[in-house]
Design a protein around this ligand. Sequence first.
Ligand code: GTP
Ligand code: PEP
Length: 213
Amino acid sequence: MSVVTTGSHLIVPIKPLHLAKTRLRAAGAAPAAHAALVTSVALDTVEAARAARGVAGVVVVTSDARLAGAFAAMGVEVVPDTPSAGLNEALRHADALLRARASVRRVGALQADLPALRPEDLADALDAAGDDRSHCPDRQATGTTLLLAEPGRPLDPRFGIGSSAAHERSGAKTLHGPWDSLRCDVDTTDDLRAASQLGLGPRTRSHLADRPR
Ligand SMILES: Nc1nc2c(ncn2[C@@H]2O[C@H](COP(=O)(O)OP(=O)(O)OP(=O)(O)O)[C@@H](O)[C@H]2O)c(=O)[nH]1
Ligand SMILES: C=C(OP(=O)(O)O)C(=O)O
């Protein structure tokens, strides 16, 4: 007999490292250094998410072999992307896979670029969501950092430009609260500065401290 968990299972999507976070790439940064930064940010995000009350599991969806290896070493399940699918298709694929499992009650999507994420902020947002379809806007209030389906329902992701408004139109309630670390996704160097002020996770902090100036 399988036991249905009470918490949410979160899907974290990540593009192949050589394509990821192009807006964050410092001018002249070596591809290896950029890949290491993106990896550190994603690992810090997932580690914080796994530690949050209300999170029953985290699954990464990616086609990148190096990322898959790094997450597997942390004991995180990795689902391979469907070929040339795009973000929302990758999420739908992982969502279908999770919802087919009897132990999964509720599915969500969490962005991979939240290096300041504090488990308490994510836990508080999950509490505020209750069982409603919900989303948390990013700090600019245009994008989405967290989307939660209703229990047993498809995720129906609408990520992309203006996704907060798109998620609201799809019936997702907007989560408002003092959870700055959950709202601080890092798309640009300004965002990374804002995340540094909140306090970075250990891998991102150490990566930036080691970077030659
Ligand atoms: N698995 C998977 N993840 C994706 C895909 N497209 C985007 N993502 C991830 O979804 C999140 C938001 O994606 P984007 O805003 O398109 O890209 P980004 O890497 O954050 O940044 P830019 O390159 O600057 O646009 C990031 O974590 C991406 O790595 C995809 O096709 N498959
Ligand atoms: C795709 C999204 O993320 P980003 O902030 O990386 O553009 C989004 O917020 O819908």
